[in-house]
Design a protein around this ligand. Structure first.
Ligand SMILES: [Mg+2]
Length: 366
């Protein structure tokens, strides 16, 4: 494998309109911000990554953070694991969570992309995995919209990739409305569709206990984030009390958060987020921890890199699929028979749709 040196990074930020608005307990979103990074090397190889840090107004601060952090690695031969270790140390004075970690993750993903391109292999193969298609569910819809719209939407969502599972957002005004929503999804998509659910942290512990007891035998595949994500004691109480599996993890900031949650028995299942877990390196550590606890590991957003990583995650469960980032990607990953297909090209296989990057550019220098 050829050795390549990191030269500099080029960062572009966008705020891309969503096909349909996100209407959730955490807020309503019509656009989604992304930060796209091109990592230049002393060869023709360019490492690429994107993160979606939720807050358009913080794109500038994260960009600055990436630029400052990247100085450490300039003119050095790319070694992603060593760079991550040094990067973690470098951000420790900012704290191991938040924008320092997002900056480290965006660099880490791009370093791994460049490193696997230098080996001529897809990232999954480079890490010791395969290109076997991975089971995925459609998570891009079924928000807190009128119940009578859900059946029609569920039917469309299933057909988009012959999905076997969909994500439904619940925590409506009454338990009966949540049950009705479940029935409508089944009516539209078919009785064999698996329904994963997300409360988006809408309850206090006592509210969650009441609601989840009423929904426990409905047939949901999992309950996601019923209460605030970092209340591990509360989540552990619910996990012990409720029969339906409980999942948390999109808000784990780094592998240590994941370890703390598992030590606390705060959930049955986990679903880390590529950006918040610390990119590829943070994920690899986390996958090892999850495996030692024998806990099933699903992904949150970022379906492309997550698919590669699920291939080397021993307890891999579901890949979450949404199309939110598709406009910025030249060739979005294909979904077939409810599975995501990893392209057989070196690295992650992401190229930018330059027109969209220009059209929805956010001026971070303003
Ligand atoms: Mg969620």
């Amino acid at each position: 494998m050829k050795e390549i040196k990191f030269i500099e990074c080029d960062i572009r930020c966008v705020n891309v309109p969503l096909r349909e608005p996100i209407i959730a307990h955490i807020g309503t979103f019509k656009k989604w911000p992304y930060l796209c990074l091109d990592l230049k090397t002393d060869s023709e190889i360019v490492g690429k990554s994107y993160i979606g840090p939720y807050l358009v107004e913080q794109l500038a601060s994260i960009t600055q953070c990436i630029k400052a952090l990247s100085e450490k690695f300039k003119d050095r031969i790319i070694e992603p694991t060593q760079f991550y270790k040094e990067g973690e140390k470098a951000i420790s004075l900012l704290g191991y969570k938040g924008i320092g970690l997002y900056a480290l993750a965006s660099l880490d993903i791009a370093f791994w992309d460049a490193h696997s391109k230098a080996s001529g292999s897809p990232l999954a193969i480079h890490l010791g995995g395969s290109l076997k298609p991975l089971k995925t569910y459609n998570s891009r819809g079924l928000w807190l919209k009128p119940i009578n719209e859900l059946a029609k939407e569920a039917k469309i969502l299933r057909k988009e990739g012959d999905f076997n599972a969909l994500k439904l957002r619940i925590g409506r005004e009454t338990a009966n409305q949540d049950i009705q929503a479940f029935k409508e999804v089944k009516r539209g998509a078919g009785d064999d569709i698996q329904v994963l659910t997300d409360f988006n942290q809408c309850y206090t512990l006592s509210q969650a206990m009441t609601r989840m007891r009423l929904l426990d035998d409905v047939g949901f595949e999992w309950f996601e984030e019923p209460i605030v994500y970092n209340d591990l004691i509360g989540n552990a109480k619910l996990t012990q009390m409720i029969y339906t599996p409980i999942t948390i993890g999109e808000n784990f900031h780094g592998p240590k958060d994941l370890k703390d949650a598992l030590i606390s028995n705060a959930c049955d299942l986990i679903m880390p987020d590529l950006m918040r877990i610390g990119g590829v390196s943070g994920w690899l550590q986390s996958a090892a921890i999850a495996s030692s606890f024998n806990v099933e590991f699903s992904s949150h957003l970022f379906p492309e890199v997550s698919a590669h990583l699920m291939s080397v995650t021993q307890t891999a469960n579901w890949v979450e699929w949404t199309d939110w980032a598709n406009p910025i990607i030249k060739k979005p990953y294909e979904i077939k028979d409810g599975h995501i297909i990893i392209p057989n090209v070196p690295g992650v296989g992401l190229d930018w749709n330059e027109d969209i990057l220009e059209k929805y550019a956010v001026n971070i220098n303003a």
